[in-house]
Design a protein around this ligand. Structure first.
Ligand code: FES
Length: 95
């Protein structure tokens, strides 16, 4: 489990689970989801801390970030995030 603060709301999220699979919960923090599949880009967020605890973006995620003009180190698609390392604190915010 890792503590993940999303728009100020705290979640316990296990490693290895795609955030998109938890979209019903994460939506409660005001994150907008569309495809939950890394394609539409509406769930783009800024990772404020804990980027090193997340798995690297997939090619699909990078492609979408490029397409929507958000390709930056700490800009990620919320639905595509997967925690790789436990015992860390991750903080992210959507616009
Ligand atoms: S919900 Fe479509 S890219 Fe995340």
């Amino acid at each position: 489990m890792a503590k993940v603060k999303i728009n100020g709301k705290l979640f316990d999220i296990p490693a290895g689970v795609k955030f998109g699979d938890l979209h019903h919960d994460i939506e409660k923090a005001g994150v907008e989801f569309g495809c939950t599949d890394g394609q539409c880009g509406v769930c783009v967020c800024t990772v404020k801390s804990g980027l090193e605890c997340l798995a690297e973006p997939s090619e699909q995620e990078e492609e979408t970030l490029w397409r929507i003009g958000e390709y930056e180190e700490n800009r990620r698609l919320t639905c595509q995030l997967v925690i790789e390392r436990e015992n860390c604190t991750i903080e992210l915010e959507t616009d």
